[in-house]
Ligand binder design. Structure first.
Ligand code: ADP
Ligand code: MG
Length: 626
């Protein structure tokens, strides 16, 4: 291929524009990104060579070399990894295959600090070279191709790039950055070493730099042709816990997760037994932008005996723990394990179970911590990830009990952070059920008429306002021997919480009120399944309830919003026989009007929508002037 000039994909142009104009802080991460690419390239070679050892040619020792030329103002990062063919150079360095570009740009266009660290998160790390370089030249030859099939790729990071075929004896890739004049601080062995030490110490390949020597005659440091490693070259998780600092754990986390913040918690263990493996797992402090994508693969990388096998190995973690990041290094799995094989492997099953338990222990350690700061961490975790963890209650039967204990809710007693254990501890003498209400919002839940009797008696009710809560309830009927009972379902049954006098009063009201109830039933026969007197209301005249087993109005509305059809079941209207408005019914000449108004108001009070709002307005107005 003779020299060609090609245009970058539109998204790349946008990214490049942002990279060269917007990133001011943490510029030095370009080195981390390029070394990380070099390390990935070596991992890929090792992996492909499992089936074709000829790819190692005569250079089986994989390594990265970093050098600089102060006169030419260049830095070169060279690896002997898989390399790029000419086609791959065009495709991989000229287009972005991954999603998330838009999110990246949005993140940078916002008011946030223009932090270069953001870049790796979106799979566009290569372009970070243009933060400091006015031109980048890449020379490469893919493992297995002939020396004449090398490629040179070069660009100034604006609209286009050049590619041409070259002859290159060495396998792998050299990335040369031609630094902008104002970035010469990087033209120093000391500076480069310190950046590598900060960001890339855990890379499991040797990163080599040339030794330097003081030349008295020239009066300056000169580089020798002798290369020495500048990193520990031992994968972090293979080192013993005692040798790893908290900063190193954090930096490793940032590297694999592309998060800019430190993790909330981590756990590092060597597991021995039926299955032997090392796990280093992190819980992020903040939810990533794609948390809600259940199809997204997990954040755990799989290694086998230190050889990188795959990213995002979803079989290693249950879906509801998809936010966990980290590494699992197995001693038992075959090196040529495929995704399909992973799904069936008994070793993987053991790893998944073991890792799930570890993550839950980490969460429990935060949640049950006496230390207020640790507890606050759990509250923060819950805010971002609680709804995802709830999925586990329905999906992970083995850990059902533990997951239930980790749940947190709002209640009539506390704005947030109420656990089921807290609730049970506060239950009233004689209380059997755990009372809950589901609603569209906290405000709607709090002002729900169904809560009135509970408030009056000081009985706590959990307020469930997350979209997944209805679903959660269908998998959570019981905790610690107590049934969960929705206060909007079935007749109110406070059991022993109601005294004899109250029960008697209610029965009497039902009898004396019977003629009115019968008329109400007749009038509302197209809208209400039944009409009955209730003791659950104190200040409100009426409310709607559904029968046990029927779908709550809240769930039906959610389904409707989601474009799904909800089975039509009529609610039951419950009236408060002590309420003035209800009493007035007996003698009112506007009985039918009032009946409909009662029903409509009950529907509005629970956040429902009137089918015929105009009719409601007409009725109310007619009564106002009557
Ligand atoms: P990511 O590393 O997340 O894939 P980058 O922008 O860092 O994104 O790199 C883009 C692509 O360029 C890589 O996926 C890889 O295909 C290719 N690439 C970059 N550096 C190298 C290298 N040193 N050796 C081989 N391929 C590379
Ligand atoms: Mg990269």
């Amino acid at each position: 291929m003779s020299k060609q000039t090609l245009s970058f994909q539109a998204e790349v142009k946008q990214i490049l524009h942002l990279v060269t104009h917007s990133l001011y802080s943490n510029k030095e991460i370009f080195l981390r990104e390029l070394i990380s690419n070099a390390s990935d390239a070596c991992d890929k070679l090792r992996f492909e060579a499992l089936n074709n050892s000829a790819l190692f040619e005569d250079a089986p020792n994989l390594e990265v070399r970093v050098s600089f030329d102060a006169e030419a103002k260049t830095i070169t990062i060279r690896d002997n990894g898989i390399g790029l063919s000419a086609d791959e150079a065009v495709a991989n360095l000229g287009t972005i295959a991954k999603s998330g570009t838009r999110e990246f740009m949005a993140a940078l266009e916002g008011e946030q600090k223009k932090d270069a660290q953001l870049i790796g998160q979106f799979g566009v790390g290569f372009y970070s070279g243009f933060i400091v370089a006015e031109r980048i030249t890449v020379e490469s030859r893919r493992a297995g191709l002939k020396p004449e099939e090398g490629v040179r790729w070069s660009s100034e990071g604006a609209g286009d790039f050049e590619v041409e075929t070259i002859t290159r004896a060495e396998r792998g890739t050299s990335v040369t950055l031609h630094l902008r004049a104002e970035e010469s601080e990087f033209l120093s062995a000391w500076k480069l070493k310190s950046v590598i030490g900060k960001y890339s110490d855990h890379i499991s390949l040797p990163i080599l730099m040339q030794k330097e020597e003081w030349d008295a005659e020239a009066g300056k440091q000169v580089t020798k042709d002798e290369w020495a490693p500048v990193n520990k070259a031992a994968a972090l998780w293979t080192r013993s816990k005692g040798d790893i600092t908290a900063e190193q754990y954090t930096e490793f986390y940032k590297q694999i997760s592309y998060d800019t913040e430190a993790p909330l918690a981590y756990t590092h263990n060597r597991v021995e037994g039926r299955s032997e493996y090392t796990q280093l797992l992190y819980i992020p402090a903040k939810a990533p932008f794609d948390l809600w994508n259940r199809d997204k693969r997990g954040g755990v990388k799989l290694y086998v005996k230190r050889v990188f096998i795959m990213d995002d190995a979803e079989a290693l973690m249950p879906v509801y723990l998809r936010f966990v990041k980290g590494v699992i290094d197995s001693a038992d799995l075959p090196l040529n394990v495929s995704r399909e094989l992973l799904q069936e492997s008994r070793d993987v099953k053991a790893i998944r179970e073991g890792s799930t338990k570890r993550v839950l222990s980490m969460l429990e350690a935060l949640a049950d911590n006496e230390d207020a700061a640790e507890k606050a961490k759990y509250a923060a975790f819950w805010k971002d990830f609680g709804a995802v963890l709830k999925e586990g209650v329905g999906e992970d039967h083995a850990n059902h009990e533990r997951l239930c204990k980790l749940l947190r809710f709002a209640s009539t007693h506390a704005e947030e952070g109420v656990s089921l254990t807290d609730y049970v501890g506060r239950m009233k003498e004689g209380q059997e059920a755990i009372y809950v209400i589901t609603a569209d919002s906290l405000a709607a839940a709090k002002s729900s008429p169904q809560l009135e009797i509970f408030r009056k008696k000081g009985i706590e009710v959990l307020l469930l306002v997350d979209r997944v809560d209805e679903w959660l309830l269908s998998h959570l009927y019981e905790f610690d021997g107590h049934n969960l009972q929705s206060v909007v379902k079935g007749a109110v049954d406070l059991g022993k919480l109601q005294d004899e006098a109250e029960k008697k009063q209610a029965e009497e009201a039902a009898t004396t009120f019977k003629p009115v109830l019968d008329r109400l039933k007749e009038t509302l026969k197209d809208r209400a399944k039944d009409v009955r007197v209730t003791t659950r209301l104190v200040d409100s005249p009426a409310c709607l309830v559904v029968e046990e087993g029927d779908m709550s109005g809240h769930l039906a509305r959610m389904l409707k919003q989601a474009g799904q059809s909800a089975p039509k079941s009529q609610p039951t209207l419950e009236v408060n026989a002590d309420h003035a408005l209800v009493k007035r019914l007996e003698t009112s000449e506007h009985f039918d009007e009032l009946a409909h108004i009662l029903f409509d108001q009950a529907l509005l009070a629970e956040g429902g929508q009137l089918e015929d709002p105009a009719a409601y307005v007409r009725r109310v107005n007619a009564l106002l002037v009557a």
